[in-house]
Unconditional design. Structure first.
Length: 344
């Protein structure tokens, strides 16, 4: 299959992340994308193409305009306030401070738009996030125009980004933007399965009250893992969306055999839904040696996962999310895509 890639991802190159009581180099780093691209070249997976510019309309179809403007201006406003380093939230409108007013000053504004504090907004972050959504949209357009499948090598990732919140290394929700774009260009129903180790809280939130996008996610139980406050099995959708949100939270040390049972259940639900398009939020942090996650998938399991996904027989867009065992992320990613191509 074709891969969509641009080196503009390198504009997202933050220097710090808050992790386990200290500052560390961010797990979500430019090298991840380079290693995946190298593995694609080395295996001859398929052509690598540059993204087209889709502008902001597809972004504003799922994200709040004030939020997008905040992302665009945040790093500059931070510097203009006289603050050094990278923009980072240190205060939030928490459960007891729920007012509709959005602070004017950047220190409050970033807290309003943040859902976690590990992720900074560095110079270039917005431009990289914009390029990343164009990667997802270009891959989606390829499939809407007849390709069996395509891979959007997105960086930064997107699935934690909600309609008006960033965090968990995510700024714009690439998969959600892609799903909405598919709806707006002829797909009646879209299924979006999130295979990243972490629950796709942003994607869930964006489509929670809708039945035209079915969202399913297999992830570390939020009782034990980030994003901690969403991703429970009892979150099944609301209004028209009731029954169109499906979560499979799993405990520490889950092996592939157990994970695969959830995948099979999820694929049965997708087949029943009969969508025009499948979007896969492809995270590789389910890997046994991932530094921040707790599942036990092995490299060869990713090939089986790809084959299994192909069995649905649906036009399929893969969008990269997480995966932080940097040396192995190329092999694991391409194993999914090769497994899919073999079985497609
Ligand atoms: C982004 B994506 C681990 C803390 C993790 C943030 C994780 C963001 C994951 N102790 N904090 O879903 O891969
Ligand atoms: Zn993740």
């Amino acid at each position: 299959m074709k891969t969509v890639y641009t080196d503009k991802h390198k504009l997202r190159d933050a220097k710090i992340e808050i992790h386990e009581g200290g500052l560390v180099a961010p797990f979500e780093c430019p090298r991840r994308a380079e290693i995946i691209l190298e593995r694609i070249m080395e295996t001859g997976l398929g052509e690598v193409v540059a993204p087209d510019d889709f502008g902001l309309d597809p972004v504003l179809a799922v994200h709040d305009a004030g939020f997008v403007e905040f992302l665009r201006t945040c790093a500059d406003e931070w510097a203009a306030a006289g603050f050094g380093g990278e923009a980072i939230a240190n205060c939030w409108p928490t459960r007891t401070m729920n007012s509709p007013h959005i602070p004017r000053f950047i220190e409050g504004k970033i807290g309003y738009y943040a859902l976690a504090c590990e992720t900074t907004i560095s110079v270039g972050t917005y431009e990289a996030a914009v390029a990343s959504k164009d990667v997802a949209l270009t891959a989606t357009a390829l499939v809407m125009n007849g390709e069996r499948a395509a891979f959007g090598l997105c960086r930064p990732p997107g699935h934690h980004a909600a309609s008006d919140q960033f965090g968990g290394y995510c700024f714009l929700n690439n998969a959600a933007i892609a799903a909405q774009y598919a709806r707006d260009t002829g797909a009646q129903r879209v299924a979006l399965i999130d295979l990243d180790f972490h629950h796709g809280n942003g994607t869930q939130q964006i489509f929670y009250d809708r039945d035209d996008v079915l969202f399913l996610s297999i992830h570390g139980d939020p009782m034990d893992a980030f994003p901690h406050f969403l991703g429970h099995a009892d979150e099944t959708g609301t209004g028209a969306g009731q029954g169109f949100n499906v979560n499979y939270p799993l405990p520490p040390d889950t092996p592939y055999a157990v994970w695969k049972e959830c995948l099979d259940q999820a694929l049965a639900r997708i087949a029943d839904y009969a969508p025009d398009l499948l979007i896969v939020s492809l995270g590789l942090d389910t890997y046994e040696h991932d530094p921040i996650s707790f599942f036990k998938l092995q490299s060869e399991d990713y090939t089986d996962c790809g084959r299994t996904l192909a069995g649905l027989g649906l036009p399929t867009v893969f969008v990269l999310e997480g995966g932080y065992a940097v040396e192995e992320v190329g092999v694991n990613t391409v194993n999914v895509l090769q497994g899919f191509d073999e079985a497609a």
